[in-house]
Design a protein around this ligand. Structure first.
Ligand code: 16G
Ligand code: ZN
Length: 553
């Protein structure tokens, strides 16, 4: 840094804003997944996030990261989120600083920065270092440039990794800050770590009757496709992967990707599928994954985040018991988790289940309460967290010659699973390899996995209202506390349906209220969702026409 005089830096930051002017009349908000908007208006936000990332790095005295992506949103959108030193999401208290800075007038940037420096008590003379990456969106390079401009003004050093998946960037920053303890801080290091663990876990796999090492991946026409191709050479012949929707012709997330498949409950465009063929869909930045197959009668079957967490928790639970270690395993879900999955985990598998608010950071936080915390949103975003103590116990057991060999063997498999799992954040590529490992070990086809429990039919609707904050919730979003009378109305409606359940919540990413319902049949789930929607419309200030009942099939 040429100078570390605070007033000089703040003046430079204001001067730099001239090249990244903020449009009048737009309010930005750092939401559940950072800033997300039309890419054409994000340039000033990226510049300011460059300034903020430098401050965050100084405050943490460590390298932080910035990812430029809008995940499963359409291609014209983009977004930006900050990543903390150990690969966690940005600490919640800084979301407000991010929002403040993004909304400061150009000439007020200096005072906005000063407010943050004072509030957090940052020593501005400290160095800062930032890792940067983006997804495949065409708006990525110019937005990266705006971000780098902000970093340069702050005198920050940085590394621009170009195109990466979101979880790869989380992995890199953790490797770097842990001085290599988490892995080699390079993209190659990421593939090597995952592939080595995967191949070792497969080594002793005997002949299979049902599991076939053949899979089709829908890459959402995004970065997940490119990076899976890179991973492939490291996997040798252990798994035959066909990557479809690789971006060579289709548009990012258009009629494909994990979000499309989950929401539409149908296969993506661009795939030719044989009955029973195991298929996988990633989202646009490869932090979400769902599996699916079409059975011999042509019926589509989705294996979502709930099925993935049940599969993983079951397998890790067996390994922990076999190792003889005293470790508690728990699963964290959101209110969207299918009721059958919760019942299966609690009643059949006897695994404790916690419910968290929607948004990865909330699940991540709750999962830290367990020695081994498996967390997944139904939409396919999730991972497993091992506490430091669990990690130490597992590693020690794997090297303890005095243990029975079966216990040592189970502990060794657990250490390999820890290597295969990206503990920083949900990672489509890593989760995919984890699922393949378990299916292979169990010798299961997708259909066997799906038979663990049968999903209850559900329906998700969205209702436009004047002000979505009119709806407020408690109990991990399962109970509405406002507007008055809404929860009572929902309770009455739910009571009419067999296995009925419903909740409403204001979206964190769109200007709507979401309504979820499940019941014994699809028709009942549809009707319950509709009836609850009408209540939301009437009590929470619905706009436009009142919701219409679902058409009879
Ligand atoms: C964001 C969240 C995702 C959540 C979704 C809910 C992260 C990284 N992403 O995309 O986990 O499921 O928001 O959206 O936390 P909604 O509030 O509009 O329903
Ligand atoms: Zn994503």
């Amino acid at each position: 840094m040429t100078t570390c005089k605070m007033s000089d830096i703040l003046a430079e930051a204001v001067k730099g804003a001239a090249a990244h002017p903020r449009p009048e009349g737009i309010q930005f908000a750092y939401g559940t997944a950072g800033f997300r908007d039309k890419s054409t208006i994000l340039d000033p936000v990226l510049y300011r996030m460059g300034l903020l990332a430098a401050l965050r790095s100084k405050a943490k005295k460590a390298t932080v990261a910035v990812m430029i992506t809008a995940s499963h949103n359409p291609e014209p959108d983009n977004g930006v989120k900050l990543v903390d030193p150990m690969g966690e999401m940005l600490e919640e208290s800084w979301e407000e600083h991010a929002t403040d800075l993004a909304n400061a007038k150009d000439e007020d940037i200096g005072s906005a920065l000063q407010r943050i420096i004072d509030a957090v008590d940052i020593d501005i003379s400290l160095p800062s270092d930032v890792f940067v990456a983006r997804d495949t969106r065409p708006s990525g390079p110019p937005l990266t440039q705006a971000l780098l401009d902000g970093l340069k003004v702050m005198g920050s050093t940085f590394t621009d990794f170009g195109i990466l998946t979101t979880p790869q960037l989380h992995y890199l920053v953790r490797c770097h800050n842990s001085k290599g303890a988490y892995g080699e801080p390079t993209e190659e290091g990421y593939y090597k770590k995952l592939a080595q663990a995967f191949l070792k876990l497969r080594k002793d796999a005997g002949a299979k009757k049902k599991y076939e090492p053949v899979v089709i991946i829908d890459g959402a026409n995004g970065v997940g496709a490119l990076k899976t191709r890179k991973l492939q050479s490291h996997l040798h012949e252990s798994l035959r992967i066909t990557v479809c929707n690789d971006g060579s012709s289709g548009k990012l997330n258009e009629k494909c990707g994990a979000d499309f498949v989950k929401v539409q409950q149908k296969p993506p465009a661009g795939l030719e599928i044989q009955p029973g063929q195991r298929c996988v869909s990633f989202d646009g930045d490869a932090d979400r994954v769902v599996f699916f197959y079409v059975n011999k009668d042509g019926v589509f079957n989705l294996l979502d985040g709930d099925k993935i967490s049940t599969l993983i928790a079951g397998y890790l639970g067996e390994l922990v018991s076999a190792s003889g270690l005293q470790l508690n395993i728990g699963v964290v879900q959101t209110a969207y988790a299918n009721g059958s999955s919760t019942r299966y985990l609690e009643d059949v598998m006897k695994v404790p289940v916690s419910c968290a608010k929607t948004g990865v950071k909330h699940l991540h936080h709750k999962a830290l309460e367990f020695d081994v915390g498996v967390y997944f949103e139904a939409n396919g975003h999730g991972t497993v967290l091992f506490s430091d103590q669990a990690e130490q116990k597992i590693k020690a057991a794997s090297q303890d010659d005095s243990l029975e060999s079966s216990k040592r063997e189970a502990a060794t498999r657990l250490t390999l699973m820890m290597d295969l799992i990206n503990q920083t954040v949900g990672d489509a590529i890593s989760d995919f390899l984890v699922v393949e490992t378990i299916l292979s070990t169990r010798d299961w086809a997708a259909e066997d996995w799906n038979m663990q429990y049968r999903d209850l039919p559900s329906r998700l609707l969205k209702i436009k209202v004047k002000d979505r904050t009119a709806v407020q919730t408690t109990d991990a979003e399962r109970c509405a506390t406002a507007p008055a009378g809404l929860q009572e109305a929902i309770n009455k409606l739910v009571a009419k349906y067999q296995q009925g359940r419903s909740f409403v919540r204001p979206s964190g990413t769109e200007d709507v209220v979401r309504v979820f319902a499940e019941a014994d049949t699809q028709a009942n789930a549809d009707m319950l969702a509709h009836e609850v929607s009408v209540q939301v419309y009437q009590l929470a200030g619905g706009v436009g026409d009142q919701p219409q009942p679902p058409c009879a099939p």
